[in-house]
Structure formats: C-alpha cells, structure tokens
Design a protein around this ligand. Sequence first.
Ligand code: 5GP
Ligand code: ZN
Length: 114
Amino acid sequence: MSECLFCKIARKEIPAAVVYEDDTLLVFKDIFPQAPVHLLIIPKAHCAGLADLTPETAAAAARIPALAAQLAQEQGVAEGGWRLISNCGPDAGQVVFHLHFHLVGGKPLGRVCR
Ligand code: 5GP
Ligand code: ZN
C-alpha cells in the first residue's frame, strides 16, 4: 500500500522513533502519546486491521502479545500495569487503517470495559 502512513514508516520513508524491529514487526513511539509509555506495534506487511488479517499478517500479529510483555518490561511499566489495544473500525476510533496495537502504560489508565 504505497500511500499508507504506517507502510511508509515501515519502509523508513517517514521517520519514527523506532524502539524494536525484526523481520515482520516494527515498534515505534506514538507521535501523540496518551500515556508516559505509548508505543505502536505493527506488522510490516499491510493489512487494514483485525478484520482484514491475511495468513502473513495473522502470523505476525500472533507474536504481538508476547512482544508487548517484553517491551513493557524494557519500558519499565510491567509492574505498574499496561494495556494492549487495537482499534478496529470507526466506532472504535480507528484512524490509521494499517493494523496496529497500542501499548500504553506508566499511569492509571481507567476502565474501558466492564
Ligand atoms: P488509531 O486511532 O488508528 O488506533 O491510532 C492511530 C495512532 O497513530 C494515533 O494514536 C496517532 O497518534 C498515531 N499516529 C498518527 N500519525 C502518526 C505518525 O505520523 N507517526 C507516529 N509515530 N504516530 C502517528
Ligand atoms: Zn499499510
């Protein structure tokens, strides 16, 4: 997807504060952080969101929870607690349609589900 913002970040055509990278996943700081730690974890291969997984992006996404737990340790929020969120579709507030998970922590986050 040549015009996709996060594809451009994955291709290093747009700068981002990268904190982790491997063959299939990229992690960078959110440009408008909502918490002291606010990272975006993306598969490098394009898919619009969780409703549009392909075998390739599903395999990459399956690794994200364990990577998030590792990053939470490295970012110093493992003890206090953290949250992993993927907004899917307009009602969830998704604005970038390249699959991404927000890893947020470092402050009390409040409740979003009851
Ligand atoms: P969504 O609402 O789609 O789940 O979240 C998209 C996120 O991408 C937002 O938190 C927003 O701040 C972040 N974002 C938008 N544009 C950029 C950008 O150019 N660079 C970075 N690092 N984050 C971005
Ligand atoms: Zn993309």
